[in-house]
Design a protein around this ligand. Structure first.
Ligand SMILES: *[C@@H]1O[C@H](CO)[C@@H](O)[C@H](O)[C@H]1NC(C)=O
Ligand SMILES: *[C@@H]1O[C@H](CO)[C@@H](O)[C@H](O)[C@H]1NC(C)=O
Ligand SMILES: *[C@@H]1O[C@H](CO)[C@@H](O)[C@H](O)[C@H]1NC(C)=O
Ligand SMILES: *[C@@H]1O[C@H](CO)[C@@H](O)[C@H](O)[C@H]1NC(C)=O
Ligand SMILES: *[C@@H]1O[C@H](CO)[C@@H](O)[C@H](O)[C@H]1NC(C)=O
Ligand SMILES: *[C@@H]1O[C@H](CO)[C@@H](O)[C@H](O)[C@H]1NC(C)=O
Length: 484
């Protein structure tokens, strides 16, 4: 480790390899392009220090503008064993290079919402037609420019919970989400040198979620308006009360397993009972839902008025771990994720859009595939570009250092060793810090072998599996049987 840190003192910086979408999975390509990549599962958290109301474009600051906060939180993310964070509101004109480089070097990917709550910076669900315009798309295109060159950007959310109210908006809004996604993907394909996935984050409305997924994932005459991944904000499993059945995870698993794009929980972590134990991670998300979902993001990192935080951010910018922090860390740690090779993932072509499939699921869904025409001002923005001046890039000479903001543990003792670790090679963060393609590929072979060939899989898998181990082997057996 000392050697690794020294390496970075001399200014070398190693980019994470960009993730790609294949079928219903995210793939981390092998650094050696001739070798097989691996399926990527999200162990994540939602990151909006200050809460949703903290963002104000006139200040010029946002969640990725204070590098000391990024050093502090990158350290905490490494302790939690995270590989991904989601950020909701960012300023396309602010320089994010240092923070994004810190997270990149720490092995952490970013899922970014392109919107903010400010007027002109989102699609208003009550007036989609009036707010789908060049002002809004200018913000989005500048946002793409600001983030397109960071290799650790996993994807962009085109919208969050816009299709919400089935009595009204689910009839009018859906086609506008597709219009925005079409425009984003056209811009990315013209101005970015890689395909950055574009997805949508849905409210967990049990009537709407499957219709929304079916509506957004299908191929509409190759117009590129489909989502590349689908997030669900799911709060159905509450600590200490819920299990696989009562949470409805069983229904999620059986109704959404036909998805042809990656699914994730873009928010989860019901807080009815506090502290949260997050048993839905090892007993649900990384157990029975492994075949259907690709992990998720806990809502949320910092304690805000809504009481979902795992750390408290104090007035002097120090942080204090809450009990939820320790519980979350434990759950991500005991969840053993199988290694699945990219070659074992099927990439079938997307289904052709068919409104009756969607209205059969939810009759009043606005399953309109006549996507709003692109206004000529937006076509021009795509044709000529937005002439962005803030085009982010990873920077060298960022040092793996301890933040000057203090980190306190749950007993409010100062953690003296709170220095982020920068990895020397393309390494995704995990609690052990040893996740590398070669290492995992070996363990994959072993897992597959034992599952396939012996009925003693139960005992052998139980060892590393932690609390819910008795339930895992059969699911894994099925899971692998399906993958092969
Ligand atoms: C994409 O752009 C980035 C940043 O400019 C550059 O580092 C990278 O080499 C480019 N990749 C390709 C394949 O051109
Ligand atoms: C899943 O797809 C199969 C084959 O296309 C189909 O028979 C089945 O009804 C689908 N199930 C759901 C829940 O959509
Ligand atoms: C979840 O769905 C997959 C795919 O249909 C299935 O193989 C698996 O058995 C299901 N898991 C549980 C725990 O029912
Ligand atoms: C993770 O769990 C393993 C046992 O499964 C334990 O040996 C290890 O210390 C834990 N790591 C952390 C960082 O808690
Ligand atoms: C960007 O610059 C080009 C060339 O100067 C110009 O034609 C175009 O209108 C500009 N676009 C915007 C959005 O300002
Ligand atoms: C932390 O460092 C930043 C810049 O490196 C500086 O502006 C700030 O005053 C420092 N804060 C503390 C509490 O030392």
């Amino acid at each position: 480790m000392k050697f690794i840190k020294l390496f970075f003192l001399f200014g070398l910086s190693t980019a994470l390899i960009p993730l790609e979408v294949k079928g219903k999975r995210f793939i981390k390509p092998n650094v050696d392009a001739k070798k097989d990549g691996e399926v990527f599962f999200i162990k994540g958290i939602d990151y909006q220090p200050g809460g949703s109301s903290a963002y104000d474009s006139s200040t010029g600051t946002d969640a990725l503008s204070d590098s000391e906060a990024c050093y502090r939180d990158a350290y905490a993310f490494q302790q939690l064993g995270l590989n991904t964070i989601r950020i909701y509101s960012l300023n396309p004109d602010t320089n994010h290079d240092e923070c994004v480089t810190i997270f990149n070097n720490a092995g952490i990917y970013l899922l970014l919402d392109v919107n903010s709550a400010e007027y002109g910076s989102n699609l208003n669900r009550a007036d989609p037609e009036g707010t789908y315009d060049a002002t809004y798309l200018t913000r989005i295109f500048k946002f793409i420019e600001a983030f397109k060159n960071y290799p650790n950007v996993l994807g962009f959310f085109s919208g969050n919970e816009v299709i919400n109210d089935q009595s009204d908006y689910a009839e009018t809004v859906p086609k506008y989400i597709r219009a925005v996604q079409r425009d984003m993907k056209q811009y990315i394909s013209k101005y970015s040198n890689r395909t950055i996935p574009v997805g949508y984050s849905a409210a967990d409305n049990t009537d709407l979620r499957r219709a929304t997924l079916e509506y957004l994932q299908c191929n509409n005459n190759n117009d590129d308006s489909n989502s590349d991944f689908f997030g669900l904000n799911s709060y159905q499993w509450c600590s200490g009360i819920s299990d696989w059945e009562s949470s409805g995870y069983n229904v999620l698993n059986s109704t959404l397993n036909n998805a042809s794009i990656p699914l994730l929980f873009s928010e989860f972590g019901c807080n009815t009972n506090s502290p949260r134990t997050f048993d839905e991670i090892s007993e649900g998300l990384f157990d029975g839902l492994l075949y259907t979902f690709s992990g998720g993001l806990v809502y949320e990192y910092s304690q805000e008025v809504s009481n979902y935080g795992v750390v408290e951010i104090n007035d002097d910018n120090s942080i204090t771990y809450l009990t939820d922090f320790v519980n979350l860390k434990n759950q991500y740690n005991i969840s053993q994720i199988p290694t699945i090779l990219s070659s074992d993932v099927t990439k079938s072509s997307l289904d052709t859009c068919d409104a009756t499939i969607i209205t059969n699921i939810y009759s009043s869904f606005g399953a309109d595939f006549d996507i709003p025409e692109q206004p000529s001002e937006i076509t021009d923005l795509i044709q000529y570009g937005v002439n962005a001046t803030n085009i982010g890039k990873l920077i060298d000479n960022v040092e793996a250092k301890k933040s000057n903001y203090t980190v306190y543990d749950t007993s409010t003792s100062q953690i003296d060793s709170a220095t982020v670790i920068f990895y020397a090679s393309d390494t995704i963060n995990s609690q052990t810090g040893t996740s590398s393609a070669t290492h995992s590929a070996t363990s994959s072979t072993q897992t597959l072998g034992s599952t396939k060939t012996s009925s003693s899989a139960k005992t052998s898998s139980s060892k590393g599996m932690g609390v819910s181990s008795f339930k895992i082997p059969s699911i894994f057996a099925l899971f692998f049987a399906l993958m092969i």
